[in-house]
Design a protein around this ligand. Structure first.
Ligand SMILES: C[S@@+](CC[C@H](N)C(=O)[O-])C[C@H]1O[C@@H](n2cnc3c(N)ncnc32)[C@H](O)[C@@H]1O
Length: 275
């Protein structure tokens, strides 16, 4: 149960390493100001749950120079890469093999618990959020990037990308027991847990705010990692998925076209007395 990761193959692929780097380049400039709003102590303890290659954890360590940051994941290759990439921060930034379903941290340990781009890809996101709350101290904050594959929009060409985004995520989610529309459902999960100061903000990855090549790199990495399983798990064939991605990538690179990915960023405060 604790190692549930139905996208384990895609998560461990080299295309995912590229994707996480491109996503961080696209998203962090708008995400960092959201994180700065949290009222954190001078030397915050921060957890990055499902840290991957450490893109978020390392940026958190730089953003808060007095912080101690722990990144956890279940893919050892990602953890190794993170340790070697960010060795210069090792006195304050560590990486450990732990599952987000069972964080093995003492209750109420963290001032800020971050979980970026994870809960859309694994089953029982509500259990993960409960675990994140358990390890966050009273008055501490949760910060969750909850992807939603109904929030991508591209102009139509020979193909209509609306058809792809209507069909692919719904059937991929059904086949893997995951909610690829968790962005619109995360508010309800946080509200049911009686958390305070619940917000859903948006990072706007579009062709005006983000360099086109960065946006294109995200789509290329998705294409390279996902056309195979889309062909296996959804009514869309591998060939057709490839054609949709290639058209969307060309559209993002076309200076006369506009495309947007709205990325929900949910946050909440753990009330005093939750312990
Ligand atoms: C799309 S990546 C996001 C990585 C990182 N948070 C970032 O923003 O760059 C999702 C990560 O969640 C991890 N993951 C999946 N299931 C997990 C589990 N049960 N426990 C811990 N990590 C998990 C995957 O191994 C992968 O590294």
């Amino acid at each position: 149960m604790t190692d549930l990761n139905p996208q384990a193959k895609q998560m461990a692929d080299e295309s995912m390493v590229r994707n996480l780097a491109a996503q961080a380049r696209a998203i962090w400039p708008q995400e960092a100001p959201l994180i700065r709003r949290y009222a954190l102590p001078a030397e915050p303890r921060i957890l990055d749950a499902g840290c991957g290659t450490g893109e978020g954890a390392s940026r958190l360590a730089v953003l808060f120079p007095q912080a101690r940051v722990l990144g956890v994941d279940i893919i050892d290759e990602h953890l190794e890469l993170a340790r070697s990439r960010y060795a210069s921060l090792a006195s304050r930034l560590t990486f450990d093999h732990r599952s987000v379903y069972a964080l093995a941290a003492a209750d109420l340990s963290y001032d800020l618990t971050v979980c970026r781009h994870v809960i859309h890809s694994i089953p029982y996101p509500d259990r993960v959020v409960a675990e994140l709350v358990r390890v966050t101290r009273s008055g501490g904050y949760l910060h969750i990037i909850a992807e939603d594959y109904g929030m991508l929009h591209f102009q139509r060409g020979a193909l209509d990308p609306r058809d792809f985004w209507h069909l692919a995520p719904a059937s991929f989610g059904a086949a893997t027991g995951t909610d690829l529309f968790i962005g619109r459902n995360i508010f309800g999960i946080l509200a049911a847990m009686k958390l305070e100061q619940i917000r859903v903000d948006y990072v706007v990855v579009d062709t005006l705010r983000v360099p086109r090549e960065t946006f294109a790199a995200i789509l290329e990495a998705w294409r390279d990692g996902y056309v195979e399983p889309i062909g296996e798990l959804t009514p869309i064939t591998r060939q057709s998925a490839l054609a949709y991605f290639d058209q969307m990538i060309a559209s993002v690179r076309d200076p006369y076209q506009y495309a947007v990915w709205m990325v929900p960023v949910a946050s909440a405060r753990v009330p005093s007395g939750a312990d």
